[in-house]
Design a protein around this ligand. Structure first.
Ligand code: GTP
Length: 358
């Protein structure tokens, strides 16, 4: 079975609530990540693996995807779009694209996972075991935050476990599956269905062959601000592999049209978007600056995301925070862990502090 005969299906219909307010203007898979929309990194991996036909399962802000990627020819792919009027969940979204499939097997991806796994190896496991569904399972250092998926000596999935303090395995569902088309077509239609919580457990109970493909490749779900910031920095530094990275991996990525004062310090995989500006003596560490944003002189931005045209005033401190599009953080403000500033909000100079010095 050649990868060319495998349809790639990408689920991109989620609302991305955990990344608000950034996802109020763009769907999560379209957020700028190391110089390109996040989805571009996944599409280039799909292309590199030899697949060609891609179906995007969209719902929330569906038009943004087709406006950017069109028919996919610029990337050497053949991209189609299917839109759910009401979100059908991950399982419903997979079922909903069935009539666009051209081959007998489909490789399904969560559209928000940054991964480095060998996709051809996953396909090989699927073919050689004649599985109904092959699940990519990744071994992680701390599996407690995830549902775990144990396998037997032959790699067959034996259970789907909820998050627990004492997981019996470090293998977690990596959000990438290969379905036999006939199995995909058995997912119920006309209602929301979760592939993780409903489809897979039901298939297991029914005796289907669910095969695990286990590895320890780079893997990160980009769903939260912390993960988004780390994933972006890992792309910039070459820790997460991507052929869509504009330029070579390094300590920072400055996109064309950005202006960075020579005395500013860019560290930790910082990205400075097109048209963004960074003032004298500013210190950016693991910062993600979307296009058109600005950081004033002497300001410090650490592990934070600045939305489109957001502005940080002189000597402000922004750490582990998310600043919405066009928001203004006044001079000397301090925004610390978990702070989220909504789009267009203007915080006056010195308006928020976590200390009493002036
Ligand atoms: P949160 O609201 O922050 O949980 O994000 P999310 O809505 O993206 O949900 P989640 O991270 O669980 O989704 C995993 C992947 O499935 C993402 O790529 C989503 O875009 C996608 N997804 C989630 N729900 C749906 C849906 O109802 N339809 C489709 N087509 N895709 C979905």
């Amino acid at each position: 079975m050649s990868p060319k005969d495998i349809d790639a299906v990408i689920l991109v219909g989620g609302k991305g609530t955990r990344l608000r307010p950034l996802t109020m203007s763009a769907p999560k898979p379209m957020l700028p990540t190391a110089g390109v929309p996040f989805l571009h990194h996944l599409l280039s991996r799909i292309k590199a693996a030899g697949m060609q036909h891609v179906v995007l399962g969209t719902s929330f802000r569906a038009e943004v995807f087709s406006e950017h990627f069109g028919d996919g020819s610029a990337l050497g792919l053949d991209i189609e779009y299917v839109t759910e009027a009401e979100p059908l969940g991950t399982g419903g979204g997979i079922r909903n694209v069935a009539d666009r499939l051209r081959g007998e097997h489909a490789m399904v991806f969560n559209g928000d996972v940054l991964g480095g796994t060998d996709l051809r190896a996953v396909l090989y496991t699927h073919t050689t075991t004649d599985a109904d569904v092959t699940l990519h399972l990744v071994r992680v250092g701390d599996p407690r935050a995830f549902g775990c998926v144990p396998t037997d000596a032959e790699g067959r999935v034996t259970d789907f476990l909820e998050k627990t303090e004492d997981p019996p395995t470090d293998q977690i569902n990596a959000g990438c599956y290969v379905f036999k088309r006939s199995v995909l077509e058995s997912i119920p239609t006309g209602r929301a269905v979760s592939v993780e919580r409903e489809v897979f457990p039901a298939l297991l109970t029914a005796g289907a062959r669910l095969q695990g493909h286990v590895d320890a490749a780079y893997w990160r779900d980009m769903g939260t601000p912390e993960d988004f910031v780390r994933g972006s920095a890992d792309l910039v530094r070459g820790i997460a592999p991507s052929s869509a990275l504009p330029g070579r991996p390094g300590e920072s990525l400055v996109l064309p049209g950005a202006t960075v004062d020579p005395t500013a310090l860019l560290l930790g995989g910082t990205v400075v978007g097109a048209g963004a500006t960074v003032g004298a003596g500013a210190r950016l560490d693991g910062a993600v600056l979307f296009d058109g944003s600005a950081v004033g002189a002497g300001a410090v931005v650490e592990r934070s995301i600045l939305g489109f045209d957001a502005r940080i005033g002189v000597r402000a401190l922004v750490r582990d925070a998310v600043i919405g599009d066009r928001a203004v953080v006044g001079a000397r403000c301090e925004l610390l862990r978990g702070a989220r500033v909504w789009p267009d909000v203007q915080l006056p100079d010195g308006g928020i502090r976590f200390s009493t010095d002036v």
